[in-house]
Write a protein that binds this ligand. Structure first.
Ligand code: 5GP
Ligand code: ZN
Length: 126
């Protein structure tokens, strides 16, 4: 995974507009869209437009792009109004997750940050 589009990658197809998605935000380097099987009231995926198989590969090969993804996760949280508010309401705060490897639940091998919030989030996650 060297940043080039991969023919059989679902998220490369979303970037190319070949598979529809509900977009939340787009930048020159990233796309944010709603997860098709949401696990929380807010469940948005933030991806780099370039293909890297996981977060570690992306961070090693293109650290600025990894920074773009993490910054966009924060932008999505702000748009969704789940950032930790002054005085801390019950459903503020959010979680950013990079599942890395099939053993950790990664099913799409194009780096994506899950942005989860809008409900209580237990810790540890189980
Ligand atoms: P992973 O399990 O790899 O960490 O996360 C992949 C995520 O992609 C899952 O939460 C899954 O629901 C989501 N997903 C799978 N296929 C599609 C799709 O076609 N469209 C959208 N929007 N999300 C998808
Ligand atoms: Zn891809």
């Amino acid at each position: 995974s060297n940043g080039e589009p991969q023919q059989d990658c679902l998220f490369c197809k979303i970037v190319a507009g070949e598979v529809p998605a509900t977009l939340v935000r787009e930048t020159e380097t990233t796309v944010a869209f709603r997860d098709i099987n949401p696990q929380a009231p807010t469940h948005v995926l933030v991806i780099p437009k370039a293909h890297y198989q996981d977060a570690a590969s992306l961070a090693a090969a293109a650290p600025q792009l990894m920074a773009d993804v993490v910054r966009e996760a924060g932008e999505v949280a702000a748009l969704e109004k789940i950032t930790p508010a002054e005085g801390g309401g019950p459903h503020t705060g959010y979680r950013v997750v990079f599942n890395t490897g099939s053993g950790a639940g990664q099913t799409v091998f194009h780096t994506h940050a899950h942005v989860l919030g809008g409900r209580g989030l237990e810790w540890p996650p189980g």
